[in-house]
Design a protein around this ligand. Structure first.
Ligand code: NCD
Length: 292
């Protein structure tokens, strides 16, 4: 049984196969290959785009989707995660998509169920479909061979599962990564290049990936206000000027803190392309894990 727990769950060859499938789906070539399959989504943490993206992906391929409403589910009544998993499994789903505020939950669940588990984000640990769709979007604009392409990841790297998954995936495909953040947002023992000043590094970059300040994971307030953070790290039109870069962000964007209005509307911003590509990537992941 194959699961998608983090980006390491897939080899480079599997990722290339996944992208071929996603390209095919993007060109409109797909049918109901998941008809009669039942997929459960269980989101213990808020989500707008990831959850709807998975649901649309599943429905595009003809699957039935049951979305468990956590506010009314039994985990609120003190049921252990193990029992929740055992009960879901007893309904014989073909896949379970899970998001949880604690790192490690998808991996734990995968030990108790008889269907693929797809991690839709766990704590600050991993968000594999996001990284897969991010790299797919980068390839769409910069070509398939990304070796040596330079990317700046800007923001709350330490608390970001998106950064974590992208660091693993993009390093494996040979990208040259620079982490750009204030000292307290950098992972403590990173071996990657780091900078505290986006202005100093932006001229070298092919790609800028802005990340949201993960205020829900901070135990103490670090910046006096998000506005202060934004004045140092916001990706503005003025900063980018006429540079030949593409700009990514996984959403939700803190407007004028992560990216300013003008830059978000600029053609070099690929934020909505990421959202569109996310559906095709999730279709391909579901097809691969359920039907092969
Ligand atoms: C991200 C997440 O939830 O990890 N959003 C997403 O899935 N598109 C990033 C974030 O919340 O900042």
């Amino acid at each position: 049984m194959e699961h998608l727990i983090d980006t390491r769950s897939f080899t480079i060859d599997e990722i290339e196969d996944l992208y071929l499938l996603a390209y095919k789906y993007k060109s409109g070539e797909y049918d109901r290959t998941l008809a009669n399959k039942m997929i459960i989504t269980i989101f213990f943490e808020n989500s707008t785009r990831t959850r709807s993206s998975f649901e649309i992906a599943a429905k595009n391929l003809g699957a039935n989707v049951v979305s468990l409403d956590i506010a009314t589910s039994s985990s609120n009544k003190g049921e252990t995660l193990y029992d929740t998993a055992a009960n879901l499994d007893a309904m014989h789903p073909d896949a379970i998509i899970v998001r949880h505020k604690n790192a490690g939950v998808p991996s734990l669940l995968s030990k108790y169920v008889n269907c693929p588990i797809l991690n839709a984000g766990d704590g600050a640990y991993a968000h594999p479909t996001q990284a897969l769709l991010d790299m797919f979007t980068i390839r769409e604009f910069l070509g398939d061979d990304l070796k040596g392409k330079k990317i700046a990841m800007v923001g709350d790297i330490k608390n970001s599962r998106v950064a974590n998954s992208n660091i693993e995936l993009l390093s494996r495909f040979g990208l040259d990564i620079t982490l750009v953040a204030p000292p307290h947002f950098l992972p403590p023992h990173t071996t990657l290049k780091t900078s505290h000043d986006i202005k100093e590094v932006i001229s070298d970059m092919d790609i800028v990936m802005s990340l949201r300040t993960q205020t829900e994971r901070h135990t103490t307030q670090i910046y006096a206000s998000l506005k202060d953070y934004g004045s140092d790290f916001c990706i503005t039109k003025k900063l980018v000027a006429d540079r030949d870069i593409i700009l990514l962000h996984p959403g939700p964007v803190h407007r004028n803190i992560d990216i300013d209005d003008e830059m978000l509307a600029d053609v070099r911003s690929k934020v909505l392309n990421q959202v569109s590509n996310g559906v095709f990537i999730r279709m391909a992941v579901l097809e691969m894990l359920i039907n092969s």
